[in-house]
Design a protein around this ligand. Structure first.
Ligand code: 5GP
Length: 137
């Protein structure tokens, strides 16, 4: 298993600007922030991508994401933010340890820049695709 920079942060070998920690979750400031207060929330167990994360750690992250988001907003004065979660190199993932970005958005335009080249979902493709996904859950 390839080591990531987050292995070294979780083990305490590398320092971070920690904002939250419990038995399952660690949150700290991103070292190359897209905006002031850009925070990373990670499980304390290694999983490369979200689809490989166990439910216990996923639930623990889900539980604290709103609270950490509120704290980031309150501390920075930002009123808007994005939660971003990249999976796979082609989806812009650089560190292969699951992480959620909390990225405040400010009036000066700093924050996440999003391209959103939307298509249009038509039937019968929508029905077929929903059924294909649903039968795998
Ligand atoms: P990804 O593109 O994988 O979704 O995002 C990885 C994030 O980790 C990037 O925003 C990057 O700035 C951040 N990062 C990379 N190395 C370090 C580090 O050593 N410390 C901290 N705090 N953040 C890091």
């Amino acid at each position: 298993m390839a080591q990531t920079i987050f292995h070294r942060i979780v083990s305490g070998e590398l320092p971070c600007h920690r904002v939250y920690e419990d038995d399952h979750v660690l949150a700290f400031l991103d070292i190359f922030p897209l905006s002031r207060g850009h925070t990373l929330v990670i499980p304390k167990v290694h999983a490369e991508t979200l689809d490989r994360l166990d439910e216990e750690h996923a639930a623990a992250i889900g539980r604290v994401l709103p609270r950490i988001s509120r704290a980031v907003l309150d501390a920075t004065g930002a009123r808007a933010f994005n939660v971003l979660q990249n999976n796979g190199a082609s989806a812009h993932q650089a560190v292969f340890w699951v992480h959620f970005h909390i990225i405040p958005r400010y009036d000066d335009g700093s924050g996440l820049v999003i391209g959103w080249p939307a298509g249009k979902l038509a039937d019968p493709e929508g029905q077929e695709l929903a059924a294909r996904i649903a039968e795998r859950l």
